[in-house]
Design a protein around this ligand. Structure first.
Ligand code: C2E
Ligand code: MG
Ligand code: MG
Length: 720
């Protein structure tokens, strides 16, 4: 302590003590420093004591707060207990120190004296700051943890709740849920599992699932499943299973591996769905898409599938394949006369008969309508196909019994062989179809192998078919008249109306070719009516022209006779033209009567009673059954020209004609011989006492104007 510091306090030792303390101690009078200890000088930057003594304490405080400090200073002076405040004190180099400053008035000696103690609090403050920061950190961490905890708790609660919910959901599911351990033994099942399979939990616990035994043929699905699961991939599949009591049901099974977070496999979850209804629907749909409802045979779609498959296999094996295209002859008649149910019944029976004719491995299919096919894959010997085709013809030729009635059909069969007759299913079928048409044209009830020239014929048939559609409106049809000579009177007293078609594209087409097609399409009803009206009109105009009464014969087709309106159509043609009933003759054939005798007999009786003549055409070519002559109101028998053409050379034919003529006479029927081309034929027929003759010898069929001319010239003359 310096000597020049005069002390207001008594006793040197006080200063000594004051200088030893480590806190700032100073004494001020009215704020001016009179004494400052060593530690105080250090706070102010160790200036010489003279630079401090005599200056106002506040000069050593921070500028910005000096006014505020002055106030505090005053307060400290007036308060007997003093005052303690934090202050920033400035060192001589300008650095600031945070100090805790205590002002204490020293009244005992001098009321203006003040003791100031100041303690450095920057350390403490720093500690406090550190502490506060640490506390804050701690607080934050606690808050964080607390949040974590509450999150954990709510998550756990949620998990627990969802577990509970899951359990509830699982127990209410319609799907069977099965937990399996890693050895595929059941650890739990839900009620739906029991509902679906009939097995209770106690039946199956610790056992492999009962459906494992039925997974596909040879358990192929089970193998697939194990492979997939071994690779860690969930598997699903469908198969037919049986319940505990043996009922079949369709199962959809999906199995997933369940692992821990570290991917350690802990169990499998299997979900089993009863999909019987859907499976059955699918199978029904698949069946309907592939099988014909009427015959239960594969339909067109499945036929093509099988044929494609068979062609592929046959090609690989370097073998042949046979394809039969079968069309029922006379089916339409059964359908039209006995009804569609009867038609369906016949198709069903025909399908069964066809199946009886083939080997296992062959496919019988129904293409539609009355068309069937047989695929014969791996044909070792081509001759086998003839045997099968003949077997089919035989099988279909015996009568069908349909709701107590007999129905007769036959079959026309076309045959193609792969690879010779076509490489693709379409070509093979198309060519088999052509061959079938050839069989039909060949008189039906036979089979034909495909030859490339057949397609030419088919093309022609097609152009005829198409041409016929336009023929009527284009006015391409005409009616010619062929005179008939009455051998007894030597007069021309009747003609036959014969249809002609002069096609723009095809030229003159024979009725033998186009009439069957008009019949097939049904157009023959309309066109036949036109012929009838045409013939009646022509007849009336001949009568109007003063020609003597004639009889005009009109040919009829089976379809016309089956029309309910047929009798009315004939009567109206007569009444519209004015021709008397006796002036008309209707030519029918035996086959027409065979197909629908009941209705035919009623219609013919009615027409016959009105005076119209009925003639049996082409006699001798069909059954030539005498019973028809008795059963139906037949006035005239027309001997087919095939007998007449050989009458002079063939004794048998001559004998047949003689018999028919004498039989006709006995039964009181007129007999007409067709196709008389020579005088010799005419004379023989005359010697047999045939009534009328028709043929080129008398005249070819003539267009109406020429026929008019002919009649005018010849109706009174004889050609003898
Ligand atoms: P169809 O009723 O037996 O008629 C006789 C056929 O023999 C006619 O053939 C006629 O031209 C032919 N003919 C007549 N005399 C001779 C002869 O001396 N020698 C030869 N070789 N033939 C002779 P077309 O006109 O070709 O008619 C063929 C068949 O077409 C007819 O046979 C008949 O079944 C049918 N047809 C003709 N017109 C009609 C029609 O308007 N309606 C129906 N449904 N069928 C008809
Ligand atoms: Mg005729
Ligand atoms: Mg004839």
């Amino acid at each position: 302590m310096s000597d020049n510091q005069s002390s207001p306090l008594n006793g040197e030792w006080t200063w000594d003590i004051a200088n030893r303390v480590s806190v700032l101690v100073c004494v001020c009078r009215d704020g001016v420093i009179e004494f400052i200890n060593q530690a105080g000088l250090q706070v102010f930057g160790e200036p010489p004591p003279d630079n401090v003594i005599g200056r106002h304490f506040l000069e050593f405080t921070q500028n910005e707060y000096r006014e505020m400090y002055a106030e505090l200073f005053k307060e400290g002076m007036s308060d007997p207990d003093g005052l303690s405040v934090p202050m920033k004190l400035a060192a001589s180099d300008g650095t600031m120190q945070e100090m805790d400053v205590a002002f204490k008035p020293m009244h005992q000696a001098d009321s203006s004296l003040m003791l100031i103690e100041a303690q450095d609090i920057s350390e403490r403050k720093h500690a406090t700051t550190v502490l506060r920061r640490a506390y804050k950190d701690l607080e934050a961490r606690v808050a964080e943890r607390a949040q974590e905890l509450s999150q954990e708790i709510s998550e756990r609660r949620r998990a627990e709740a969802s577990l509970k919910l899951t359990a509830q959901v699982i127990s209410r599911l319609n799907e069977g849920v099965v937990s399996l351990d890693t050895e595929f033994h059941i650890t739990s099942v839900n009620p739906a599992f029991t509902r679906i399979t009939g097995y209770s939990e106690s039946d199956v616990i610790d056992c492999p699932p009962p459906f494992f035994d039925n997974m596909g043929e040879d358990n192929v699905l089970q193998r697939e499943m194990h492979e997939s699961l071994a690779a860690g991939i969930a598997w699903d599949g469908e198969f037919w299973d049986v319940t505990k009591n043996g009922t079949r049901y369709a199962a959809n099974l999906s199995v997933s591996p369940i692992g821990t977070e570290t991917d350690e496999l802990v169990q499998y979850a299997a979900v089993l769905t009863d999909v019987t209804k859907r499976k059955e629907d699918e199978e029904r749909i698949r069946y309907q898409a592939n099988f014909d409802v009427v015959t239960k045979l594969p339909n067109r779609a499945l036929f093509f599938d099988r044929l494609t498959q068979a062609i592929a296999n046959t090609g690989r094996a370097n073998q042949n394949l046979g394809l039969l295209f079968i069309d029922l002859d006379g089916f339409k008649l059964v359908n039209d006369t006995l009804g569609h149910d009867a038609g369906d019944d016949l198709l069903h029976q025909a399908g069964e008969r066809l199946q009886g004719c083939v080997r296992t491995g062959d496919t019988v299919a129904r293409l539609g309508g009355d068309e069937f096919t047989v695929i014969m894959p791996s044909l070792m010997d081509g001759r086998h196909i003839n045997i099968v085709a003949q077997r089919i013809l035989n099988a279909l030729s015996s009568p069908f019994e349909i709701s107590g009635k007999e129905a007769i059909v036959s079959a026309s069969i076309g045959i193609t062989i792969f690879p010779d007759d076509g490489q693709t299913p379409n070509d093979l079928l198309k060519n088999a179809d052509s061959a079938m048409y050839a069989a039909k044209e060949n008189g039906k009830a036979n089979f034909q192998f495909y030859t490339p020239s057949l397609n030419e014929e088919i093309r022609e048939r097609l152009s005829i078919k198409n041409g016929l559609l336009k023929a009527a409106e284009r006015g391409e049809f005409d009616v010619f008249y062929q005179p008939k000579l009455n051998l007894r009177t030597g007069k021309i007293d009747s003609v036959e109306a014969l249809m002609r078609w002069n096609s723009k594209e095809l030229g003159s087409v024979s009725p033998v070719r186009f009439i069957p097609m008009l019949e097939e399409s049904g157009m023959v009803v309309e066109v036949g009516e036109w012929v009838l009206q045409q013939a009646c009109k022509q007849h009336q105009s001949w009568l109007d022209a003063g020609l003597p009464p004639l009889r005009v014969a009109v040919n009829l087709s089976a379809r016309q006779l089956r029309e309910v309106s047929f009798v009315g159509v004939v009567q109206s043609a007569l009444s519209k033209s004015g021709v008397p009933a006796e002036g008309l003759e209707i030519e029918i054939t035996e086959s027409m009567l065979m197909s629908d005798s009941a209705r035919a007999v009623v219609a013919l009786e009615e027409l016959h009673e009105s005076g119209i003549h009925i003639a049996m055409d082409d006699f001798g070519t069909g059954y030539s059954s005498l019973s028809y002559l008795k059963q139906f109101p037949i006035d005239t028998i027309k001997i087919d020209r095939s007998f007449v053409s050989d009458i002079a050379t063939n004794a048998d034919d001559a004998e047949i004609i003689r018999t028919i003529i004498s039989m006709g006479r006995t039964l009181n029927r007129r007999v007409v011989a067709e196709g008389v081309e020579t005088r010799e034929q005419l004379e023989i027929l005359e010697s047999y006492q045939c009534d009328d003759i028709q043929g080129y010898y008398i005249s070819r069929p003539l267009p109406s104007d020429e026929a008019t001319e002919f009649l005018r010239e010849h109706f009174t003359e004889t050609k003898k």
